[in-house]
Design a protein around this ligand. Structure first.
Ligand code: OOG
Ligand code: MG
Length: 255
């Protein structure tokens, strides 16, 4: 598993995408994918990054249809992946970056076991709109479930909207309209309902997936609930802005 993690790490360092592992080894399993992800996380931490939270992936029909994968998966987030709202996101080290709008939670207390969506939401300190930059380390985003899990679910960077709200301040969290604009033109429309019917369900599902791995979600974790629309390819110079009903806007310029 260490060898595969190192291959993924080097693919990123050298900006050279790999052929998916399930092609040469069809027996490569989801459990092995998570073991590789664990090794990859160790490589990030060894390089000095700090774990700040997790992301859910494949939680919406739009993403499942785009990527032809139909089970929610999790990846880790580090401090080095975070970029400032309104700032610049560098594509120099990226292979084939895309962007997607996300709902971002920050937890106020530890979550463990298998909480209900309500119980998960009760542990949320704040939420905001966000943008996730993904960058598959596989040629043309051609992967199967074990491959994408090994590759930390294509994680590359994320931006949190600067206007965070408490859950009680956000009415109808399970159906907030989302608009993604690129260079001032509407690109994708969606709703938070696309995220497993309710982003709180995605948070609860994350805790259950972590529990199955013998982990809990610490207080103060950042959680991306999963893309609500299909992801859009990014080019240098693109200005990306997402507006979330009740949560305000978040934006960056790709450089
Ligand atoms: C995998 C990333 C999945 C999401 O929000 O569904 C993800 C990919 O699409 O390459 O981040
Ligand atoms: Mg995502």
């Amino acid at each position: 598993m260490k060898k595969i993690a190192l291959q993924l790490w080097e693919a990123q360092e050298n900006r050279r995408a790999l052929r998916r592992f399930t092609k040469s080894n069809p027996a490569f399993s989801l459990a092995e994918g998570y073991l590789v992800q664990r090794e990859l996380r160790a490589l990030h931490l060894k390089a000095g990054a700090k774990l700040v939270g997790y992301k859910m992936g494949m939680t919406s029909k739009a993403k499942m249809a785009q990527m032809k994968i139909d089970a929610p998966i999790l990846g880790f987030l580090t401090d080095r992946m975070e970029c400032a709202d309104g700032g610049e996101v560098s594509l120099s080290a990226r292979i084939q970056a895309k962007v997607e709008p996300e709902i971002v939670f920050v937890t106020g207390r530890e979550l463990s076991g298998r909480p209900s969506p309500q119980a998960a939401l009760a542990a949320v300190a704040s939420l905001s709109g966000g943008l996730e930059i993904i960058d598959s380390r596989y040629e043309n985003y051609d992967f199967q479930l074990p491959d994408v899990v090994a590759d930390n679910c294509s994680s590359a960077a994320f931006v949190r909207g600067s206007s965070a709200r408490r859950p009680a301040q956000v009415a109808g969290m399970a159906n907030l309209g989302i608009l993604l604009e690129v260079n001032g033109r509407p690109s994708q429309f969606g709703s938070s309902a696309a995220i497993l019917g309710d982003p709180a369900r995605s948070l609860a599902e994350l805790v259950a997936l972590l529990d199955a791995q013998g982990e809990s979600l610490p207080a103060g974790s950042v959680v991306l609930a999963g893309g609500a629309t299909a992801a859009v390819s990014l080019a240098k110079g693109d200005h990306v802005r997402a507006t979330f009903e009740g949560l305000g806007a978040v934006e960056f310029t790709a450089v």
